[in-house]
Structure formats: C-alpha cells, structure tokens
Design a protein around this ligand. Structure first.
Ligand code: SF4
Length: 310
C-alpha cells in the first residue's frame, strides 16, 4: 500500500493504522530531533500531495482488510499531515468506514488557520507538539518555515482547544541541554497553562534524531519534571510489539515501515519471525538492502536501529 501502513504499535495509541498522505519528508518544520531525516520538501503550501481519490480508495481497502486489528486510525507519517488540503475529507471517510477513533498527529503549526481547524474538528484525538516556550527556542528546535510565528502557533493551540470537543494531548520532546533546564521547562509550562490540553506527554528522542548532537536528558530530570508538570512523566519507554506485514516480500514490507518509522533491529526480527523469517535471514536481508543504499544502520542509545536512506 502507498498511503496506508501498519497497524503499528504505538506508545500512546495501542495498535494504530497509519494514513500517510504526504511524500517523504514534506514538512513546514525541520525539527532537530526528527526521526525521519532531513526535510527535503520544506514547504508551508497546503495542497493534495497525492490524488484524493487514490488515497480514499486505499483507506477503504486497508480499513476493511484490518478490521478489529487496530485501536486507532492515525493520520501521520512522512511529514506534517495538515499540509494535505483535503484532510477533512480523508478524516470524514475514515470515520464513516470505522467506529475506531480517528487521531491526527500534527506539529500544530497550522492550527491557527480556520480551514485546518475545520478539518481537525471532525477527528477524535489531536496530538500536537510543543517543544519550546518562546520564539528563540522554537526557531532553534523546530526550525519552522519563515511564515510561521511562535505567537500564531500558541494562538492556534488556544483557539482550537476552545472549540474542539475531542481529546487534545500535547507532546513535549525533551532534549538534553536544549530544553530541559528549569528555566525552559517553566516557559513551556506557562504556555501549556494557557492552552489547557487534556493531557501532556513528555517524550524523549528514543529513535535516532536527524541531528546527531541531540541527546536524551539524564534520568535525574524526572524529579524536576514531576515538580513542574505533575505526574506526566511517562517517558523513556520505547514501543514494544510487532508491526503488521502484508506479504512475504521482505524488501517491500520493510521499506514501507522504515519510510515512516525507524525500527530497532530487535523489533524487526520479532516482526518478521511471525511470517517465518529466521533471525539470520532477516539480518542478511537488512545487510543486502544496506549494500544497495536503500536503508542504513544507526547505533543510538546502545541499540541498533534501521532507517530509510533518503
Ligand atoms: S518531527 Fe514532525 S514536525 Fe518535526 S520535522 Fe519531523 S515530521 Fe516535521
């Protein structure tokens, strides 16, 4: 499938059927921690990056094929999903076809635009990111498109929160020496108090980030997080579980997942063992794809990860 993947295990959403309406790394941010690699299509233009008809057809097929095998339908993937102009139509179609909640994982940058608010209002859960408490940190961490301002970002969060009836869970990505000082955390908390999300998820870069100098904060930060944010310290836990694969074509299946989601080697072995691949065969297939420059191996946080070579 081209626009739908998974179900994949997700830390916050159980098993999630992913809908990815954008070409690989199309985004209006260039986050220093991005797990997908460099933003090669850096744009703030909203348009239908893939034909809507084809995307809708595939959504229908994937939902029928995976009935009862996922907990959420999630719009996420190779970039910022709100850049897809007719996102509203895709969300409405997904809701018509399944009773499972529809979720949008977004950087939240366009929440101030009425058309984007109107698209996301039909979903059940919106998960935006907020990694900075002021414009300087915002530019340093998220490296946004010049047409996006921090003031508009916060205004969009506040305005959308007021009208959205679903769940609004904000994720904060914490990085060592970047936004994990008391001063930075207090600035983020001040903005969160204005926005009033239903939940705050504090995350750390558990998968290899685009910038090698981005690091996971020291664990002793937990007491400071507790003091500032309360009990929202569900961090440091990589996803467990296996991914859904559709065929015995190793190359197609692994490239489809790695395009959106770098994986730990251990998780790849577990995923493919359910389809009869031995550990040795999985590793030799990974090495073959590496020699063809299609994927790359990265050592990060004492684990081996594989990601797409873009
Ligand atoms: S982390 Fe998300 S918002 Fe940031 S650059 Fe990557 S895809 Fe874009």
């Amino acid at each position: 499938m081209k626009y739908v993947y998974g179900p994949v295990p997700s830390r916050r959403l159980g098993n999630s059927l992913g809908i990815d309406p954008l070409p690989s790394k199309t985004c209006n941010y260039q986050c220093i921690y991005c797990q997908l690699g460099k933003t090669n299509n850096f744009t703030n233009i909203r348009k239908n990056y893939f034909p809507k008809k084809d995307t809708l057809t595939e959504i229908e097929k994937a939902i029928k094929l995976n009935e009862n095998k996922f907990d959420y339908i999630t719009f996420v993937g190779s970039g910022e999903p709100t850049l897809y102009k007719d996102l509203k139509d895709l969300i409405i179609k997904a809701k018509e076809l399944s009773e499972k909640p529809v979720c949008v994982i977004t950087n939240g940058s366009l929440l101030y635009e009425k058309e984007v608010q109107n698209a996301l209002i039909s979903s059940d859960v919106v998960l935006p990111s907020l990694d900075a408490g002021d414009e300087t940190s915002f530019i340093k961490i998220n490296r946004p498109h010049p047409s996006i301002s921090f003031d508009n970002l916060i205004k969009g969060f506040i305005d959308f929160r007021k009208i959205f009836k679903g769940k609004f869970w904000i994720e904060v990505m914490l990085m060592k020496g970047i936004n994990d000082t008391k001063e930075e955390l207090l600035k983020i908390k001040e903005k969160l108090d204005l926005i009033k999300p239903d939940r705050i998820d504090i995350n750390v870069p558990i998968r290899p980030p685009v910038e090698k100098w981005v690091k996971i904060p020291d664990k002793n930060i937990i007491s400071l997080l507790n003091a500032i944010f309360g009990d929202y310290t569900n961090i440091f836990f990589p996803e467990e579980g296996t991914f859904k694969i559709y065929s015995s074509n190793f190359e197609n299946e692994i490239l489809s997942i790695l395009k959106r989601h770098p994986m730990r080697q251990k998780q790849i072995i577990e995923t493919f063992s359910s389809s009869g691949f031995s550990k040795n065969v999985v590793i030799s297939n990974l090495k073959k794809l590496k020699s063809e420059n299609k994927i790359k191996e990265i050592s990060y946080n004492k684990q081996i990860f594989w990601k797409i070579n873009i």
